[in-house]
Unconditional design. Structure first.
Length: 393
């Protein structure tokens, strides 16, 4: 048997799950400073990436044999060397003052460390080498899971020393680069297990109502611990039986960010109000797209804020200028048992990252707000049939 069921996962197979836990401390790293390593970074950074359409990934997952599994390892090994080297090169081309920032320097070191580990990986020649490589790859995903959180913190601290255009170009690049790498790695790992309802990294029966409920529960639990107040009800209407084929990690991040924002806005605009207005989620399934609308009555945003929420490092969360609840909410979200990339309170990246994710899958995300009343977030995503040849990983 070339595949394994997920009833007893190999250690590396943990990377296939939607992350609900993260280590409390960042990994210890010891990066080589050798000129030889830097030359190899430059060499690989000058090579072209080999992207694959989603359609190809799904076909690979359906047609597996010993040789294909070994070739998949060989492809991922080389491809990650190229992609990691390109990120290191991009980081080294940032203005020097940014690289002096502790968090941004750590991002550079983490990527250099990952590149070096991949470089030292033994040559993959047979099925016997596969588990060792998969463990290395899974460890790489763990080590790099906090990249967006670290960059957000670093750029937020350095925003007065660099133009917003520099931040935007780099963050746009790194967000999609990281997303593609994680999808590609999870695809490769998925070829070694059988997961019910999945083809590669695509959940063929993703229940949108359950996904909304799970993210609403997450936000509600955080609010319950902080505000010690009654919570808004979450109502789900529309085409509530809709199941779609999609990559769950992408939409899970977006819904977590959106639900978090709606809960916080509702709670802080209705302090000590016994019956808070509900948060209403509407699902729509049309011929070519599926849609989700999340609507709250959290007093909305001014036109000035609405124009700026798509900018990295812009946030309405400002320690000392908002209520004690705001501060606590941000702290809890930053330390909750979720991937830090899913809880970026205070650094102004949740909305632009969400939009980048939705744009990547050829969808659309619009935010409509009525100041003094509330905010509606509209998410529109093509059905998988319209993405198979368009979406290149």
């Amino acid at each position: 048997m070339l595949t394994k069921t997920v009833t007893k996962l190999q250690p590396w197979a943990r990377a296939l799950t939607i992350s609900t836990h993260r280590s409390k401390e960042l990994p210890e790293i010891n990066v080589s400073q050798s000129s030889i390593l830097q030359k190899q970074v430059t060499q690989y950074a000058n090579l072209e990436k080999t992207k694959k359409p989603l359609q190809v990934l799904m076909k690979e997952a359906q047609n597996r044999d010993k040789n294909k599994l070994v070739r998949s390892c060989q492809y991922i090994h080389h491809e990650f060397l190229v992609r990691l080297a390109k990120v290191v090169s991009h980081l080294q081309n940032l203005p020097y003052i940014l690289l002096c920032n502790e968090e941004i320097k750590r991002v550079h070191d983490l990527y250099m460390y990952a590149f070096e580990n991949m470089l030292l990986q033994q040559k993959i020649q047979s099925l016997g080498d596969v588990d060792n490589f998969n463990e290395t790859l899974s460890g790489l995903l763990d080590d790099l899971q906090d990249i967006i959180w670290l960059l957000s913190k670093g750029f937020h601290a350095s925003q007065h020393h660099v133009t917003s255009d520099v931040v935007r170009r780099f963050m746009d690049y790194i967000i999609i680069h990281r997303l593609c790498n994680r999808i590609l790695a999870r695809h490769h790992l998925s070829m070694h297990v059988n997961r019910e309802g999945y083809i590669s990294i695509v959940n063929m029966e993703l229940d949108l109502k359950k996904l909304l409920q799970r993210n609403a529960t997450f936000a509600a639990n955080v609010c319950q611990n902080i505000y010690m107040d009654t919570l808004p009800e979450v109502k789900i209407d529309g085409h509530v039986d809709t199941k779609v084929a999609f990559v769950p990690n992408i939409i899970d991040y977006v819904l977590k960010e959106t639900m978090k924002n709606s809960f916080r806005a509702t709670m802080e605009s209705h302090v000590n109000v016994l019956e808070k207005p509900p948060i209403v989620c509407t699902i729509c399934n049309s011929e070519n797209f599926w849609h989700i609308r999340i609507s709250d009555k959290g007093q909305g945003m001014s036109d000035d804020i609405l124009r700026r929420i798509n900018n990295y490092c812009f946030t309405t969360y400002k320690g000392g200028e908002e209520s004690e609840y705001s501060t606590a909410f941000g702290e809890i979200l930053s330390t909750a048992n979720v991937e830090r990339g899913s809880s970026l309170a205070g650094f102004g990246v949740g909305i632009p990252v969400s939009k980048a994710y939705i744009n990547f899958v050829h969808g659309d995300m619009k935010i409509m707000s009525m100041n003094g009343i509330g905010t509606d977030v509209y998410i529109k995503i093509p059905h998988i049939d319209n993405l198979l040849s368009k979406l290149h990983i």
